[in-house]
Design a protein. Structure first.
Length: 610
């Protein structure tokens, strides 16, 4: 906290009401919300997707008006650096441009839409510094480099010259966080800032935001659906439900003595690491408000569906006058595993460890350098383009960023129907009925079929992407961080839906995630990845209850606990810097050798660099 006595709150939201005009009439996004944020305080706003959390934050930034929203009532009071108080709801846009980024920083939920694809990372980081702080180009670049180091991006000098599409999802999110921290704002609005990050980086970013708050007196409005993050970060908690504030209190009061039924249900639905100790099979998630568990899923079969052997994927780094390959990014290095029919294999690891590239390589969305991929007897590596297209009916992917994987100009019904039309499986009324059934399956109202992606929240968009992946009844679904953007209740529904489909249809899932508690809940088998290699692999129970590799242990230690009395201090987080995956073109890596410590539980013996 600050040394000087507490003065007026930095931000006060009083009786805020926000309305949106849609084809179906006026929709109220936020009905009647009031709370304040004091200097050096973190207020966590929690609630389900669509509860009005993000709308409240966008109203403070006056960005809600650019998304067909209108502040229909209430006051948004903000204490400026100069000492005067302004009502942001009535401030003209010229003054808002001065306040945005400089006095109020915002970390957006989806990093790819928050970054400009045509400018380098360095250009975007220095823009605000030069505009608001009057820095020279050299000073701004030095500060940008320092910011990238603070958010622990490897090789920050190189990253400044790169474009957003060249970075992984987690790295893009860290760039957005660095941009928000650049001008040392008085109020930092963090809208799901660690959703796309793995646990180790998340732990460090949370510690970084916490340290910034203590040192500079910055007020933090932290929007999240992760109750473990709330327990780690919050001083006060505001619980929102359907556009209204239903409960507010200190973090201890909310976790230890919740009063509202919705808060109680929200806390009971949170998956906790260690809940599955002693259980060999995955179990459905607890649904919001329900008490008894759903049916236990089947154990799967011993018949292999997907066999990957010695998979290697590298990306060339070109340089020199003739743009020759001077080095390679070793994204996936000698990866082997088997996924059986009706089972879920999870790949976990830090951002940039090669999880997503491994998934894309299996579908040949990225061409592997070498290795073998056998899907249900078909050699995927040997297929020509037309045969590969047919094979893709059996394997589908749910991507990490739903906004990037959905077409902004197409209605949602057309996007879900697209695979059915492409492969000619349904036509006419059968097609319409199938699409409506898919919307029902992912718990979306049928009137959403006429909407466009920008009219949905992040969680709702991800459910559309999952509906589209299910359209062709595939044998294998590769889910790349498919539920990381979803709040607790929707995450539980979607994961239970995936387990239900697995039991009904014998589906197999390659589940790519950084959420250790979710992975523990849904997996039959787990592979831990670090720098392109699987460092530990085995049945979920063996890996989680008896981790052998030092990196697996570090991952487990970093997971936040949904208990405000078990907060992790910065001293607990002594992670090693991530080495570069880039090596000279002449570099020959050692093959991956494993030691079997128990039945099916393998630990890498080759030096992994950790």
């Amino acid at each position: 906290m600050l040394d000087q006595p507490m003065t007026r709150p930095i931000a006060q939201i009083e009786k805020l009401r926000v309305e949106f005009q849609t084809k179906d009439g006026t929709v109220v996004g936020v009905e009647d919300v009031s709370f304040s944020i004091n200097p050096g305080e973190t207020v966590c706003v929690v609630g389900e997707s669509g509860s009005g959390k993000s709308v409240s934050s966008l109203s403070l930034m006056r960005l809600v008006e650019f998304g067909s929203g209108k502040i229909a009532g209430g006051r948004l009071l903000f204490e400026r650096k100069t000492g005067g108080q302004v009502d942001l709801g009535k401030t003209d846009q010229d003054l808002m441009r001065t306040i945005r980024g400089n006095e109020i920083g915002m970390i957006f939920q989806e990093p790819m839409t928050a970054l400009n694809p045509v400018f380098t990372v360095g250009r975007q980081l220095t823009e605000g510094l030069r505009l608001h702080k009057g820095m020279t180009k050299k000073e701004a670049e030095a500060r940008a480099l320092d910011l990238l180091k603070q958010v622990r991006i490897p090789e920050p000098e190189r990253r400044l010259k790169q474009y957003p599409h060249e970075l992984s999802g987690g790295m893009r999110q860290r760039v957005v966080i660095a941009m928000a921290l650049a001008c040392e704002p008085r109020l930092l609005i963090a809208d799901e800032p660690t959703t796309a990050l793995d646990v180790t980086i998340q732990a460090e970013i949370l510690a970084l935001i916490d340290r910034l708050k203590r040192e500079t007196g910055t007020a933090v409005m932290f929007i999240t659906h992760d109750m473990a993050v709330v327990a780690q970060m919050a001083d006060r908690v505001v619980v929102m439900f359907r556009g209204n504030k239903v409960e507010e209190g200190t973090v201890e009061e909310i976790f230890e003595n919740p009063q509202h039924d919705y808060t109680k249900a929200l806390l009971s639905a949170v998956p906790k690491l260690g809940e599955m100790t002693g259980k060999a099979l995955p179990e459905p998630m607890r649904l919001l408000g329900s008490t008894g568990p759903a049916a236990v899923p089947i154990p799967g079969t011993d018949t292999p569906l997907l066999t990957v052997k010695n998979l290697v994927t590298r990306f060339p780094v070109r340089g020199g006058l003739f743009r020759r390959t001077v080095a390679n990014v070793h994204a996936v290095e000698d990866v082997s595993f088997t996924l059986n029919k009706g089972r879920t294999l999870s790949l976990v690891g830090e951002s940039g460890c090669g999880k997503s590239t491994c998934g894309r390589s299996i579908l040949r969305l990225v061409e592997p350098l070498s290795g073998s991929i056998i899907l249900d007897g078909t050699d995927i590596m040997a297929l020509d383009p037309s045969a590969l297209r047919r094979a893709r009916q059996d394997m589908q992917m749910v991507f990490q960023d739903p906004f990037a994987s959905l077409n902004p100009q197409m209605q949602l019904s057309d996007q879900v129907a697209e695979p059915l039309r492409n492969f000619g499986t349904h036509t006419g009324s059968a097609l319409t009925d199938k699409v409506a059934d898919l919307f029902d399956r992912v718990h979306l109202p049928r009137n959403f079929m006429r909407r466009y992606p920008h009219e949905l929240s992040g969680g709702q968009r991800q459910r559309v992407a999952i509906a589209r992946a299910l359209a062709l009844n595939p044998k294998l679904i590769i889910a790349d961080e498919a539920v990381s953007a979803l709040d607790v209740s929707v995450q539980a529904q979607v994961l239970n839906l995936m387990m239900e489909l697995q039991a009904d249809l014998g589906l197999s899932f390659l589940f790519i995630s950084h959420d250790m508690a979710v992975v523990e809940r849904v997996s039959h088998d787990v592979g831990v990845m670090y720098l392109g290699r699987i460092v530990e692999m085995g049945p979920r129970q063996a890996v989680f209850e008896d981790p052998q590799h030092p990196y697996t242990r570090a991952l487990m230690k970093a997971v936040p606990v949904a208990d405000p009395r078990q907060r992790k201090s910065e001293r607990d987080l002594n992670f090693k810097p991530i080495p570069s995956p880039i090596h000279q073109a002449s570099y020959v890596p050692a093959p991956s050798d494993y030691n079997e410590v128990s039945k099916g539980h393998f630990v890498l013996t080759t030096d992994s660099g950790y």
